[in-house]
Design a binder for this molecule. Sequence first.
Ligand code: SF4
Length: 327
Amino acid sequence: MLPSSNTLDLASHALALNVKAKARELGFDLVGIAPAESSQYQAYFRQWLDEGQAGTMHYLADRFEERTQPSVYFGGAVSVVCVALNYHAALEPVAPEQQSHYARVARYALGDDYHEIIKDRLYDLADWIRETVPGSRTRCGVDTVPVMEKELAARAGIGWVGKNTCVINPRLGSWLLLGEVLTTIPLPADEPATDHCGSCTRCLDACPTGAITAPYQLDARRCISYLTIEHRGEIADELKPQIGDWLYGCDLCQDVCPHNRHQPDALDPALQPRFPTGGLDVREVLTWDEDTYRAKLRHSAMKRVKLPVLQRNAAIVSKNLRARHGP
Ligand code: SF4
C-alpha cells in the first residue's frame, strides 16, 4: 500500500525536526528551512547593479540568474536549510596609552576564518542528510556561493533583514555568520521572520559615510567594509577621514542596533578573538613584511586582503588617528 499524503507530511515534518536537531548538534545556534524559490528582489538587485552600487564587486553580476534563482544554481533544489552561528565576543578595553595607535577590526574577522569553520559543519550536515535520504542531493554554501543568503535566512525564519541590511534574530541580534545547505528533498518551510526595526534609524544615523542611503538600502561604494576589504584600488580622498580607525571592515551599524544590546557571547573556541581588544597597533601593521603578515593572520579571515591593501588601510587609519589624537 502506498503511504497516504498525511503519512508523507508526518515523515517530512519528522525529517525537518531531525535535520534541525543535527544542525544544532553540529554547533549552529539557529536553523530554519526555506523553500528554494526565486528571489523577490530580482528587479531591485538588477537596478542596484546597473547603478554601479556594487562598486568593483563585478562577480555579483556575473551569475545573476544563479544568484537569484536557487534552482538554477543547483538544479533540482527545492528546500534550503539555513543556519547561523553567533560570533559575538566580549572585547577587552583598550588601554588609554594605546588608543592613539589602535586600529579596529570587524568582529567577524577576529576569530579563525569562518568559511572554514562553517564549511566543515555544513559538509557534515549535508552528508547526514544524504545518508538519511538516499538518492537525495545537496550543495553547501557559505558567503562565497551565488545565493541570496540573507533573503533565504529571512525566509527560513532565522531573522529579518534590518535597515542596516544585516540579518537580525530577535534573541541573538545580528552578530551572525550564515550558511546554507540546498537540497532536493521537499521539507516543510518555516515561517519567514518578521521585521522589528520599527521607527528606529540608529544605523542610518551612525554610518559615517552615509552608505545606508535609505532604510534597507546600502550603497557598497560608500560602505567602510567594502572600502577596506573588497575595494582594491585607491580610496577617494573625501571618504578617507570617515574611515576613522577601521583597519578591516566596520561594525558601526551593528554596534548601535538596539537588538544587539543583550547578545550572548559565542562559546565556540574557533570564534574567540585573536586580538583581545578587537584591534591592532597600526604602527605594527605598517612595519609588517610578508612573513609577519602570514604568521599573524594564519587561519584568519583577514587574509582576504593582501598585505598591500591592509597597509593601504593602515596608512589611512594612522593619518586619521593623528588628526584625532595629535602627532
Ligand atoms: S539600528 Fe534600528 S533601524 Fe538599524 S537595523 Fe537595528 S533596529 Fe533596524
